[in-house]
Write a protein that binds this ligand. Structure first.
Ligand code: SF4
Length: 344
């Protein structure tokens, strides 16, 4: 699928709300021009729309509004406790230049976090960058850009990833991660591969991608895109996360891993992370109330407690079996020290 159709970028967006203050930012002007065929409504604050009571996440998701806003509160979050990927020995942060996603994975935690399926896009990218640069002044940091969305999917509309790639290149101590389930590598392919940018591509067996990662690129599409990125010289990591318990999961994931490493040279992949399905228990119960059509959400999960944090996941015997099975598959292709199990 092309990132841009003849209806323009983001074809299923139905309306734009913009904060009065966002009009001062060039990104707002550009987006309003690009999407001039859509109705627009001026608002005072994005939360007036986004946090409105009585919304239905999945109904809005089918045809969301795009809300252009200025982030005034949190420009960066400490992610060390939440993103335990890569076993990184440096501080991890994430930010949220966009809240909510154009894709619609059954297991997406955003359904439990937000009561609205509309998309908020913060237009003050330079403020986010300034905050990241402040943290990077003191020591090297890794910043995950796409924690609450799939940022590459917005690239045809607003080149946030491209701006960040250029920014990371000229900022000492800053490494950025762009995580995607899209096949929109094409949106950045004209750039030179950046030493400061890691493309983290999430892969799932074709069956899981087709049934439970709605709107995302197919397994074959993602694999094709990631191969192009690798061949062009980008730094690439792979994520098999979450592993979903479906009929025949052992065989499906084993075949998926085999196919990935038939197409990709393991020596060109920096690291691989994997983890089983898990989420905060309160998110899970909220998601179940809006996603009764998805059987994978109704597995009898157990709740694990680790200090103050609680996570709903598969029972420990099953989780360990899934971990071992997947680890075994991955070890056939990658050295063990470049494989990380994630359960945070
Ligand atoms: S791609 Fe990520 S952010 Fe988007 S719906 Fe899927 S899990 Fe959520």
């Amino acid at each position: 699928m092309s990132p841009e159709t003849q209806d323009g970028p983001l074809p299923h967006v139905r309306r734009i709300y913009y904060e009065r203050d966002s009009l001062d930012w060039p990104a707002t002007q550009n987006i309003l021009t690009r999407l001039s065929h859509l109705p627009v409504v001026e608002i005072g604050h994005y939360k007036d729309v986004f946090n409105r009571p009585g919304q239905h996440f999945q109904t809005q998701k089918r045809s969301p509004a795009l809300i252009l806003a200025v982030e005034r509160e949190r420009l960066i979050y400490d992610a060390s406790a939440r993103i335990r990927s890569w076993g990184a020995g440096v501080p991890l942060y994430y930010n949220a230049p966009v809240r909510n996603c154009l894709f619609n994975c059954d297991y997406c935690f955003l359904q439990g976090m937000h009561s609205s399926g509309n998309v908020v896009l913060f237009v003050n990218t330079p403020d986010f960058m300034q905050e990241a640069a402040e943290r990077a002044k003191r020591k090297r940091i890794v910043l995950s850009l796409s924690y609450m969305t799939d940022l590459l999917a917005f690239e045809p509309l607003v080149p946030i990833s491209r701006q960040w790639i250029a920014f990371a290149d000229r900022t000492d101590n800053l490494e950025i991660e762009i995580r995607t389930k899209s096949e929109f590598y094409g949106a950045i392919r004209t750039l030179s591969p950046s030493e400061s940018t890691i493309l983290s591509v999430s892969l799932s067996p074709a069956h899981v991608a087709a049934h439970y990662e709605r709107g995302c690129a197919s397994f074959a599409g993602r694999l094709f895109a990631v191969r192009q990125a690798v061949e062009a010289g980008w730094r690439v990591r792979l994520c098999f996360d979450p592993i979903v318990y479906v009929d025949g999961w052992e065989e499906k994931y084993e075949r998926c891993v085999r196919e990935v490493f038939t197409r990709l040279d393991p020596s060109r992949i920096e690291e691989v992370s994997f983890g089983v399905m898990r989420m905060a228990p309160d998110f899970l119960s909220r998601i179940r109330s809006v996603r009764s059509d998805s059987e994978i959400l109704f597995y009898p999960f157990v709740t694990e407690e680790d200090g103050a944090s609680r996570v709903a996941t598969y029972p420990v015997e099953l989780r360990e079996h899934m971990r071992e099975t997947m680890h075994e598959s991955l070890r056939r292709h990658m050295p063990d020290d470049r494989i990380h199990f994630v359960h945070g």
